[in-house]
Design a protein around this ligand. Structure first.
Ligand SMILES: Cc1ncc(COP(=O)(O)O)c(C=O)c1O
Length: 342
């Protein structure tokens, strides 16, 4: 059988030949002592790209989000976040287990929290309520199907949050996808948030790593706490070199992933038994429901047997994600297989 068409996630991308070459040739040192020139270059470049004072290379997006939450809050506070945010749903309760804060979740249909939705959940302390310590937003929003925050919504939330003395952390694991969808730079769409985490190991295709960007003092604190988590690294330039290639080259080709996602969604929407509004697909994530007498797990198993891999997101819900290792022809083959299985 030919290579499986793996649509589970954009995390399954393998490093490009250019990344592998960069890794082989990377100049390295001990990053614990701040002596890895390639890591230093990556952190400076990330800070520059986002127009922030500093950046920190971390092994994963989850660690970046946790560090941001931990560094911005005090124990006993709440983090206001979307009820399907990655930090709340998929990060193993780390914000409570390690940072000692509670998620205060807000429901939304599209993953976009406007200030109107957030405001009733903000507590300034006193009375019977834990004080709000941080607001967390996510763009693009994974579990909401790759939706993108309009920059003016982020700016409005930030203006209100800052007026209330609150910081905003943006889980921008796929912020480059959001920027491409909006036709703007990452700086243009994130000017008012206080910190951003973005991943190199998703659509950008690097093998490992994420970056946390923000003010110098905050990043210095996060660097110490990364050590507490056991996340300080040594010759991490081997990873940072691939990340640098990803950062410079990959954003240019994300539009193709988005076109492929739309093509996939339009094809899926025409298959009887699939419920999907293809017009809502804004980036590289396609989430749909099955309206047939089978479960998502059985459907995914049948697809896998035929060489198409997807993620089960609920009893009747499936997620498929496009990325550079899956081209248009592979998507067409996936659609044929899905049609045959259903
Ligand atoms: C929106 C979002 N945030 C954070 C993460 C965490 O990244 P990592 O898997 O590198 O911990 C993910 C991973 O899928 C994600 O989708």
């Amino acid at each position: 059988m030919s290579q499986p068409i793996d649509l589970r996630s954009d995390t399954v991308t393998r490093p490009t030949p250019a990344m592998r070459r960069a890794m082989a040739e990377a100049e390295v040192g001990d990053d614990f002592y701040g002596e890895d020139p390639t890591v230093n270059r990556l952190e400076s470049r990330a800070a520059e790209l986002f127009a922030r004072e500093a950046a920190l290379f971390v092994p994963s997006g989850s660690m970046g989000n946790l560090l941001a939450i931990w560094c911005w809050t005090d124990r006993g506070q709440e983090v206001v976040c979307d009820s399907r945010s990655h930090s709340y749903v998929h990060e193993m309760g780390a914000m409570s287990a390690i940072a000692g804060v509670m998620p205060h979740t807000v429901a939304s249909s599209d993953g976009i929290l406007t200030w109107d939705r957030i405001a009733p959940h903000v507590h300034t302390g006193g009375g019977y309520y834990a004080p709000t310590g941080l607001i967390e937003l996510e763009s693009s929003h994974n579990l909401a199907g790759g939706t993108v925050y309009p920059p003016e919504v982020i700016a409005d939330v930030a203006a209100h949050a800052h007026a209330a003395g609150l910081k905003i952390h943006l889980d921008g694991a796929r912020i480059f996808n959001a920027a491409v969808a909006l036709g703007k730079s990452v700086t243009e769409i994130t000017p008012s948030v206080d910190s951003i985490m973005f991943c190199l190991s998703k659509g950008l295709g690097a093998p490992v790593g994420s970056l946390l960007v923000g003010p110098r003092e905050f990043i210095a604190k996060a660097r110490v706490r990364r050590r507490i988590l056991g996340g300080a690294m040594r010759q991490a330039g081997v990873l940072a070199s691939a990340a640098l290639v990803a950062l410079e080259e990959s954003p240019k080709i994300l539009a193709r992933d988005h076109e492929n996602a739309r093509f996939l969604a339009e094809g899926l929407a025409q298959i009887p038994g699939i419920l999907l509004d293809a017009t809502k697909v804004a980036t590289n994530i396609v989430i749909f429901d099955l309206d047939v007498r089978t479960t998502a797990a059985a459907f995914a198993a049948a697809l896998r047997e035929r060489g198409v891999i997807c993620a089960v997101f609920g009893p009747q819900t499936i997620r498929m994600v496009t990325h550079y290792d899956v081209d248009r022809a592979a998507i067409s083959r996936a659609l044929e297989t899905i049609r045959a299985v259903l």
